[in-house]
Ligand binder design. Structure first.
Ligand SMILES: NC(=[NH2+])NCCC[C@H](N)C(=O)O
Ligand SMILES: [Mn+2]
Ligand SMILES: [Mn+2]
Length: 300
């Protein structure tokens, strides 16, 4: 793995309705991220936070079932520029959310450097909605669809018109809440999904082994997009859209350790940490622990 890491915070809360997720980057830093990764001998620079526009209209006003569309497009474009530059100078982008809408910016920035970018989407949700299929109008439920080129033009054209990723380069792990339109899209596009059912039956070891095998030959870089709500709410209470029956603490550490061993992860983001909903920064600390495993902590 790249020994240079560049951290970028994205205090974005416009992709959903719960206040507080904009404080995620601070909470993750406060949980000791830089110290933890420095111990692992990484050369880590913290670039601070992207500036996110504040909406002019009262918060929560809908725009064609795309709440805060313009501000999100602008903020994620800024993130795309940063991520593009970080990869350009040979460093590993580590993005801290903020709600999951920021993945549109991360993937857009990355896409300039990879012909076949792989994506591991560790999440309770598919985030494959469009304005038509979304039950909520919340853009944090749409970033994976947008990155495939499906969605509002203002979002799909962030940092370039082309789709940022291909459906066959995606693996979703931990899904247990998929809307009807998302299921249709998954079938139509042939997206690989390990729902909780598969994780229960196969075990995380096989899920990651298969995912690594699947992505190995078809991709030239792999981004890990980790939504903390992929984990069970008992482990990660500080999230805005918790879903029962999630991935355990140990399964998640095992996944991160195996991804480290694969050597294939070229960028990562940790999103949806909401300190207001959290218990004594438990979820942010969990995120930092998972980063430790992803970046190679081991007892031997
Ligand atoms: N990144 C997330 N937490 N997404 C939750 C999305 C929930 C629901 N599927 C929606 O589209 O509104
Ligand atoms: Mn989620
Ligand atoms: Mn998500």
């Amino acid at each position: 793995m790249n020994n240079k890491i560049s951290v970028i915070g994205v205090p974005m809360d416009l992709g959903q309705m719960r206040r507080g997720v904009d404080m995620g980057p601070s909470a993750i830093r406060y949980a000791g991220m830089v110290e933890r990764l420095t111990q692992l001998k990484y050369d880590i620079e913290d670039l601070g936070d992207i500036e996110i526009p504040r909406p002019a209209q009262p918060a929560g006003v809908k725009h064609d079932n795309l709440r805060n569309l313009n501000e999100i497009a602008e903020g994620t474009q800024r993130l795309a520029n940063e991520v593009d530059q970080i990869v350009g100078k040979g460093s590993f982008p580590l993005v801290l959310g903020g709600d999951h809408s920021i993945a549109m910016g991360t993937l857009a920035g990355l896409s300039k450097h990879y012909e076949n970018l792989g994506v591991i989407w560790y999440d309770a949700h598919g985030d494959l909605n469009t304005a038509d299929s979304s039950p909520s109008g919340n853009i944090h439920g749409m970033p994976l669809a947008v990155s495939l080129g499906i969605g509002h033009e203002k979002l799909t054209s962030i940092h370039g018109e082309e789709p940022k990723i291909k459906p066959e380069n995606i693996v979703i792990i931990g899904a247990r809440s998929l809307d009807e339109g998302e299921r249709v899209l998954i079938k139509e596009k042939g997206i690989k999904v390990y729902t909780m059912h598969e994780v229960d039956r196969m075990g995380m070891t096989q899920v990651i082994e298969e995912s690594v095998d699947y992505l190995k030959d078809r991709t030239d870089g792999v981004h890990l997009s980790l939504d903390l709500d992929g984990l069970d709410p008992n482990e990660a209470p500080g999230v805005g859209t918790p879903v029962l029956g999630g991935l355990s603490y140990r399964e998640s550490h095992l996944a991160m350790e195996m991804l480290h061993q694969s050597g294939m992860i070229t960028s990562a983001e940790f999103v949806e940490v909401n300190p207001i909903l959290d218990e004594k920064n438990k979820t942010a600390s969990l995120a930092v622990g998972l980063m430790g495993s992803l970046f190679g902590e081991s007892l031997k």
